[in-house]
Write a protein that binds this ligand. Structure first.
Ligand SMILES: *Cc1c(COP(=O)(O)O)cnc(C)c1O
Length: 367
């Protein structure tokens, strides 16, 4: 029996060849491919600057630090996300508030953000869940009115559009963070990138990525460098960057196929699913549906060769968050109701129409 997972990377010979070329070259890291990948992301998203990093988690961490988020500050994010969207604030010494999601899109609800603003709020971290952009203009308005920063967690959303902008353009934010983990839409093995239009932030991100070192002015011509802030080793290698360049070329084709599969499921399954808003043209990363008796369904699907996944256990219900901040069940009812029923079906470009018919047949047996 053919096994279908909820997601899967797609690599072909051109990807493998581009990695091989780096292995045969002089630079495995800190070489020309990193710069080339960053330029390709700028060109694709329309952002002025891009800093590639070792993961989106690293990118979110240095985004927080670049903005000076720290002790005594609060950020606001969604409970329906991967842990890293919230953890990054805690790495920086700040604390985390959540805002409940919209029922239709399962993205952070701008009206709910307003309820959780305080004197301490410093930044909003909207997450483009399942690949669909959040309502960015509404969030931008709140940020402007309250003097807040916005860091978009676009780990799911490379290739997606918000109105006439690409996610990552930073038209309505200070920075956008992408992930290239293999379950995401394009991959570099592990990896991530931060885009911005702000030169100051760009310079700080570059330094934070590499030990807080600066090499500017006269120092460019000799051995000197200065450590002015505390940084990390969050660099991406040229091996990863070469894979990223090659994968990025396939992104539009991936997007087309992903949208076709979503449309197919929408038509052929009578299950509640997230709805696409009028401002969105998403490169869908996930296809979550709502089912009754989710646990039964999950195990039946597994017996039928479908390895599905739940995205996500609300972050505020994780033991660490409950203990540290006093969150409890009932705090974010829309997110919790969604969590009780959600399960993500297989969605990746390699699925052909025969696969899809087979998946539908198996799903019907489990419902
Ligand atoms: C995967 C993911 C991350 C973390 O990405 P890594 O590259 O694995 O560090 C952050 N936020 C969201 C929403 C994610 O799905």
């Amino acid at each position: 029996m053919k096994i279908y997972n909820y997601g899967k990377q797609f690599l072909d010979d051109t990807d493998k060849k581009s990695v091989q070329e780096v292995l045969d070259s002089d630079y495995l890291t800190c070489g020309p491919k990193v710069k080339e990948f960053e330029e390709a992301i700028c060109k694709y998203t329309g952002a002025k600057y891009c800093v590639s990093v070792s993961s989106a988690t690293a990118g979110l961490h240095i985004a927080m630090l670049a903005l000076g988020v720290g002790y005594g500050d609060e950020i606001i994010t969604t409970p329906i996300t991967f842990l890293a969207s919230a953890n990054c604030a805690i790495y920086a010494g700040a604390s985390v508030k959540f805002a409940d999601v919209e029922e239709k899109t399962i993205n952070i609800n701008p009206a709910e953000i307003k309820k959780h603003l305080s004197e301490k709020t410093k930044a909003i971290v909207p997450v483009h869940f399942a690949g669909q952009s959040c309502n960015m203009e509404e969030i931008y308005k709140i940020a402007k009115e309250n003097n807040l920063y916005i860091i978009e967690d676009a780990a799911h959303a490379i290739g997606s559009n918000y109105k006439d902008t690409k996610v990552g353009s930073c038209k309505f934010s200070d920075m956008t963070v992408f992930s290239f983990h293999p379950v995401k839409t394009i991959t570099t093995g592990e990896g991530g990138a931060v885009t911005t239009n702000n030169e100051e932030l760009y310079k700080r991100l570059l330094a934070l990525r590499s030990h807080g070192m600066y090499k500017d002015g006269e120092m460019k011509n000799n051995w000197e460098y200065e450590m002015r802030i505390l940084g990390y080793n969050y660099r991406m290698t040229d091996i990863q960057a070469a894979l990223g360049i090659s994968q990025l070329k396939k992104l539009e084709a991936f997007k087309r196929r992903r949208r076709e599969i979503v449309e197919f499921y929408n038509k052929n399954l009578n299950l509640k699913h997230i709805e696409e808003a009028e401002y969105s043209n998403a490169c869908f990363h996930l296809y979550p549906v709502m089912v009754n008796e989710r646990k039964d369904f999950y195990f039946k699907a597994r017996e039928n060769g479908l390895n599905l996944q739940v995205h996500y256990i609300p972050v505020h219900l994780q033991p660490y968050y409950k203990e540290k901040f006093g969150y409890k069940k009932g705090d974010y009812p829309v997110a919790e109701e969604y969590y009780d029923h959600c399960i993500s079906l297989p969605l990746y470009p390699e699925l052909n129409s025969k696969d899809l018919d087979e998946i539908i047949k198996r799903l019907r047996k489990c419902l």
